[in-house]
Design a protein around this ligand. Structure first.
Ligand code: DQA
Length: 148
């Protein structure tokens, strides 16, 4: 299996950005925990953060061709704005799980709508940075990224 983890804009600031909302774990902490879990399951994992919509889209395109079976994506603010990321994910044939660290439904109304949810096979919100691990656990349990 091979899984791609994508983090959208401002998530490079994780741990220092509004920690009352997003917690004190850094993006490296998150990615390291995911890598450890992937290794245990004998899966390949790539983790990428970008503040640029097109970089995220290019990574989704690459995942169509390199045997990636599943994408875990926190599109961050692009969740609520990006038809282009939705379109890219619609061109990807594997499993897509959408993760939000915070409970977006408890926050401003502009965070209640997600374009990406139209494509996501599953959505996790409000579990903190643990949400990424929950997503990877669920993928591994479902063997969702095997055999592509
Ligand atoms: C977020 C929620 C988004 O509304 C916000 O723009 C983010 C992070 C989250 O993980 O809770 O940057 O996706």
């Amino acid at each position: 299996g091979k899984v791609l983890v994508l983090h959208g804009p401002n998530l490079n600031l994780l741990g220092t950005r509004q920690p009352e909302i997003y917690g004190y774990e850094t993006l490296d902490d998150v990615n390291n925990a995911l890598r450890e879990k992937a290794v245990q399951a004998d899966w390949d994992i790539d983790c990428l953060q970008s503040n640029h919509e097109g970089v995220l889209i290019d990574a989704i395109h690459a995942a169509r061709l390199d045997g990636t079976g599943a994408i875990i994506i926190n599109p961050a603010a692009y969740t609520h704005t990006s038809v282009a990321i939705l379109d890219a994910l619609n061109a990807f044939e594997g499993t897509v799980y959408e993760v939000h660290i915070s409970n977006v439904h408890q926050r401003e109304s502009f965070r209640h709508h997600s374009y990406v949810s139209l494509r996501a096979n599953g959505v996790i919100a409000g579990l903190g940075t643990q949400g990424y691990q929950a997503a990877l656990d669920a993928l591994i349990k479902a063997k969702a990224a095997s055999s592509r």
